[in-house]
Write a protein that binds this ligand. Sequence first.
Ligand code: 5GP
Length: 193
Amino acid sequence: MAPTDQKPRPIVISGPSGSGKSTHLNRLLKEYPDRFGFSISHTTRAPRGAEQNGVEYHFVTKDDFLKLVDAGGFIEHAQFGSNYYGTSVQAVKDVAQQNRTCILDIEMEGVKQVKKTNLNARLLSLQPPSLDILEKRLRGRATDSEDAITQRLAQAKNELAYAKEPGTFDKVIINDDLENAWTEFKAFCLADD
Ligand code: 5GP
């Protein structure tokens, strides 16, 4: 079960991989370290670049992930590409206990599940200006295999279509001009409600 009626309300940030979620998120966490806290997800994917266990993710084996699923330890979980990702009940509790606004960075299937819980999250979609630009960004970061890039682009199309459905997100931000997008992003996150 998700923790109920958290105040301040958690914020879900979603949008295609490569849309710039982490850039804005990291900036927010750096500028407002006492106000926001990141929900550290579990994933079965391998660490990328300088990622550290327990910081960006809890990196776990598929076995351990599935055990936590069986134990009811996740608020939501999904398969993305060939890996599993999930938000544990504990990850959200950890942030709430620090009296910080909990921020979840999750993909579309996770958003659908979160909407059915009593997490009462505010939902933000961050989107690339176009699929072409997204492809360039994914290739530019040079951390993913060709297969992973193809999968992520296919997934991006689904995510953008989902975000177009009325009422899916409270706010959509196009990450075109970085500073403009940051201003919108920050305003949404700082808005009290
Ligand atoms: P990446 O491998 O690039 O870190 O993440 C791939 C996708 O998985 C991103 O769209 C990210 O938002 C999503 N993701 C990360 N953590 C979670 C999670 O706990 N649950 C779900 N459903 N998606 C997640």
